[in-house]
Design a protein around this ligand. Structure first.
Ligand SMILES: [Zn+2]
Ligand SMILES: [Zn+2]
Length: 149
């Protein structure tokens, strides 16, 4: 009897396609046939396997190559079932605009905007500091009078 209470969104292989034996879960989306030892993967296993061989792949490519829908891929990411390997830049989103990015926290455009804003803020801070130190003309005059020259 199948357990119908748990929706099988990951298409877990339960019956061996080669011999009809029972598939046993071996971890990380991998299943082995108890009888003949053939290996099968659920959607998670397929995606994980594909990303191992193609670390830079994006969701569209993964969907095309594994047949696993992007919706399922996103679901796995949400559940933190899917962990892209280190060095993989797949499925990252820009923190500012949400665009797909391959590395870092922001897309190049937002990163540039961000840095420009930081520089601007830094410049403002420096200007304020400068004005406070000089205290206007008086300070300048005193400085000139004391200057040996
Ligand atoms: Zn089998
Ligand atoms: Zn962006």
């Amino acid at each position: 009897m199948r357990n119908l209470e748990q929706p099988d969104i990951y298409h877990i292989p339960r019956i061996c396609t080669a011999c009809g034996g029972v598939m046993v879960f071996k971890g990380v989306g991998e299943y082995h046939c108890e009888d003949c030892g053939s290996v099968a993967y659920d959607d998670y296993g397929k995606v994980r396997l594909y990303l191992e061989g193609h670390p830079g792949a994006n969701a569209v490519e993964v969907e095309k190559e594994t047949g696993v829908s992007q919706k399922t891929i996103r679901q796995m990411l949400k559940e933190a079932r899917l962990q892209v390997s280190e060095g993989s830049q797949t499925f990252l989103h820009c923190e500012m605009c949400g665009a797909n990015i391959r590395y870092g926290r922001m897309c190049p455009a937002c990163e540039e905007k961000y840095h420009r804003r930081m520089e601007e803020e830094q410049r403002h801070k420096n200007m304020h500091g400068f004005a406070m130190n000089q205290k206007g003309e008086e300070g300048q005059r005193r400085f000139m009078r004391g200057d040996k020259g």
